[in-house]
Design a protein around this ligand. Structure first.
Ligand code: NAD
Ligand code: DAU
Length: 341
């Protein structure tokens, strides 16, 4: 099991990356982290507000597509964990080029640099969406990729490219493919934080299609623990699914949120379905469980804590629902305005 002194966390100013930094600094008292992040609309220095004074934590503002920024940072690191990506499926319907640029080309720049300077481990964060939708049964790591959206296709491209650097160049890569995360510091465009923050303000909750699409929800801290496990104990060249074993329909999630907030179900607004909307994701996590990882948080408790976090941290999320956010939602939800026939 390799010992890491300094990890480069790309995309660490986003939701999962910032939770991962907090998790690792607490768990490993001498570990140093450097975050490289372009601070797109989804990146936010406020996600680190409690880490500002930690002298084992450094932040560098920059783009993973910029080789001149990336190379000196990789030279200093003995591992890379790559979270950097455009991540929102709905945005990929309008700005697919940004997804190809960052998710595929950005990952390529990181891989080339890691190959040039060498690292003990290169852990790439992929997603269960690369398998596509499955009505029945569950995907394992050897199943073929069948992505549906420009987001998941870009992630699929990056995932394949990363693996090729192990096969071709013996770069010690690892890949995790996790299911839907939820928890503190998630940008309020994704289902759970959008619906919590809309409900707090009595704004309608736009539920796509029949609301019966299924996602497997995973508390972000459990995912951070899985990433740490794979980084330390995973076999180079291998892929690990990380699921919450907690499949729920969107309507079920929506009802739980409304109940926690004491808000009426009349806030639910059925709208036109997302184009290419995957019906159900389902993955088996047996392989990562064999490394000693398991889900620790109860879903009910973690979702209740998450709702409470948004109630108590309005100063964090209110500024994010700004003009750019409203402009995107105007564009996107005008397309969703009418319900499917
Ligand atoms: P996020 O959108 O909250 O954060 C992405 C971060 O990447 C932001 O800080 C952003 O500024 C940064 N970034 C974007 N383009 C960049 C670039 N060109 N150079 C440098 N930084 C850039 O995303 P997240 O939800 O935290 O997801 C993190 C990773 O996990 C992504 O790779 C995503 O595909 C994957 N993933 C997410 C989930 C989920 O449910 N959120 C599930 C499975 C996999
Ligand atoms: O499965 C992992 C993936 O989960 C990650 O790779 C992605 O980065 C992450 O964004 C997420 O993708 P989803 O499309 O599953 O997440 P999202 O929160 O956008 O939507 C969850 C479900 O809720 C999906 O079935 C669509 C539905 N939905 C979403 C929004 C934003 C609605 O019904 N209404 C909405 O307004």
């Amino acid at each position: 099991m390799p010992d890491f002194k300094h990890i480069l966390v790309t995309g660490g100013a986003g939701f999962i990356g910032s939770n991962f930094c907090r998790y690792m600094l607490k768990r490993y008292p001498s570990l140093e982290l450097t975050v490289l992040d372009a601070l797109t609309y989804a990146g936010n220095l406020e996600n680190f507000r409690d880490l500002k004074d930690n002298n084992r934590f450094n932040f560098v503002h920059g783009d993973i597509r910029n080789k001149d920024k990336v190379e000196p940072l990789i030279q200093k690191a003995d591992a890379v964990v790559n979270f950097a990506a455009e991540t929102h499926v709905d945005r990929s319907l309008y700005f697919a080029g940004d997804f190809v640029e960052t998710d595929v080309l950005g990952t390529f720049v990181l891989l080339e640099s890691a190959r040039k300077y060498g690292v003990k481990r290169f852990l790439h964060i992929s997603t269960d969406e690369v398998y596509g939708s499955v009505d029945e049964g569950t995907f394992s790591e050897s199943d073929l990729l069948n992505p549906s959206s420009p987001y998941s296709a870009s992630k699929g491209g990056a995932d394949l490219l990363v693996r090729s650097y192990y096969i071709t160049y013996n770069l010690p890569i690892l890949i995790t493919r996790s299911s839907n995360n939820f928890g503190p510091f998630q940008f309020p465009e994704k289902l759970i934080p959008l619906f919590i923050t809309n409900a707090i303000d009595d704004i309608p909750l736009p539920l796509y299609g029949d609301g019966l699409n299924v996602r497997d929800w995973l508390y972000v801290i459990d995912n951070c623990a899985a990433i740490d496990t794979v980084l330390r104990a995973g076999e180079p060249g291998e892929i690990y699914n990380v699921g919450g074993s907690n499949e729920r329909t969107n309507i079920e999630i929506t009802q739980i949120i409304l109940k926690h907030l004491g808000k009426p179900e009349s806030l639910i607004q059925p709208v036109k379905d997302r184009p290419g909307h995957d019906r159900r994701y389902s993955i088996s996590s047996e392989k990562v469980k064999n490394l000693g990882w398991k889900v620790r948080e109860s879903f009910g408790e973690a979702l209740a804590q998450t709702v409470l976090w948004y109630v108590e941290n309005e100063d964090w999320w209110r500024p994010l629902k700004d003009k750019e956010f409203q402009d995107f939602y105007k564009l996107h939800y005008e397309d969703r305005e009418t319900k499917d026939e």
